[in-house]
Design a protein around this ligand. Structure first.
Ligand SMILES: [Fe+2]
Ligand SMILES: [Fe+2]
Length: 281
């Protein structure tokens, strides 16, 4: 890694597309107890592409109201606030996350599918472990690897070094750090920070490969970490990251996670992914 490259990476983070203004409005609406369905409709009303995506996603089998939702207002009524907010955010990032990510060897659609898989696996783990509803888990999980969209182009230039690191058998984020002086988790956290996402979500993205190093140990981070490992184990969106991941033993202990829980969620994740991603194909 040289200083010029680091500078270029940071410039790319700064110029990374902003998330639609709709999302920051939605975060503030979520914190407002007086919010009603019409206000979320107001937020997306002038963006027909976004509205179409929201309706497609709301009608997926995963959310349980397949084919019954005809308007954003109806989505809020049937799915509730939190769900609709998650769907709006996912609809905003769908286009940028559906593209191939070359340095990571992820073909078109693979990055999105992996991200969706980690979201549904994270929700599956929350249910399986009977954890209190972990707010924002779906969105944190969906965006956990967003830093790859910045680092992919830099890794592509350094492919020879990537191969050397891979041959040494180091984990992928260590290889990124050795070559680029940063990794996709750190870059992803910067992007979410720039998007003004809540600190808990920024931290979950930052520490998704290393939850034990997080300053604030949290269920959100532990779950995103385990869900990501689980999806790599079952082979969704693996790309260049390989199959050498295991969940952190400490995170496993903190969550009270057993092999039974993992197997149960793993067995259902692929079906959930199909239920959720079908309409974007
Ligand atoms: Fe990752
Ligand atoms: Fe991942």
């Amino acid at each position: 890694m040289n200083q010029t490259e680091r500078f270029e990476i940071m410039e790319k983070v700064k110029s990374f597309p902003g998330i639609s203004g709709a999302v920051s409005k939605i975060f503030s609406l979520l914190d407002d107890p007086d919010t009603d369905a019409s206000r979320i409709e107001d937020v997306v009303r002038y963006d027909p592409g976004l509205t179409a995506n929201i309706l497609k996603m709301s009608n997926s089998a995963y959310f349980g109201f397949s084919g019954k939702i005809g308007s954003v207002r109806q989505a809020v009524v049937l799915l509730g606030w939190k769900r609709t907010a998650q769907i709006v955010i996912a609809s905003c990032v769908n286009a940028m996350m559906d593209e191939p990510v070359s340095g990571y060897n992820l073909q078109k659609g693979e990055f999105w599918r992996h991200s969706i898989a980690v979201s549904v696996a994270a929700e599956g783990l929350v249910k399986e472990l009977k954890l209190p509803d972990v707010e924002k888990i779906f969105t944190a999980a969906l965006l956990h690897d967003i830093g790859k969209l910045v680092l992919g182009a830099f890794l592509k230039k350094d492919m020879e070094k990537v191969e050397i690191e891979a041959a040494r058998g180091v984990s992928f984020e260590i290889a990124e750090r050795n070559i680029l002086g940063t990794d996709h988790a750190e870059i992803g956290a910067m992007i979410l920070k720039n998007w003004m996402f809540p600190p808990g979500m920024v931290s979950a993205v930052r520490w998704h490969h290393d939850p034990d190093s997080a300053g604030d140990i949290s269920v959100l981070t532990d779950i995103v970490h385990v869900a990501n490992v689980l999806c790599l184990m079952i082979g969704v969106g693996v790309g260049r990251e390989g199959l050498r991941y295991k969940p952190s033993p400490l995170a496993t202990k903190r969550l009270g996670l057993t092999t039974g829980h993992l197997e149960m969620v793993a067995s259902q994740t692929l079906q959930w992914v199909d239920d959720l991603s079908d309409m974007f194909v």
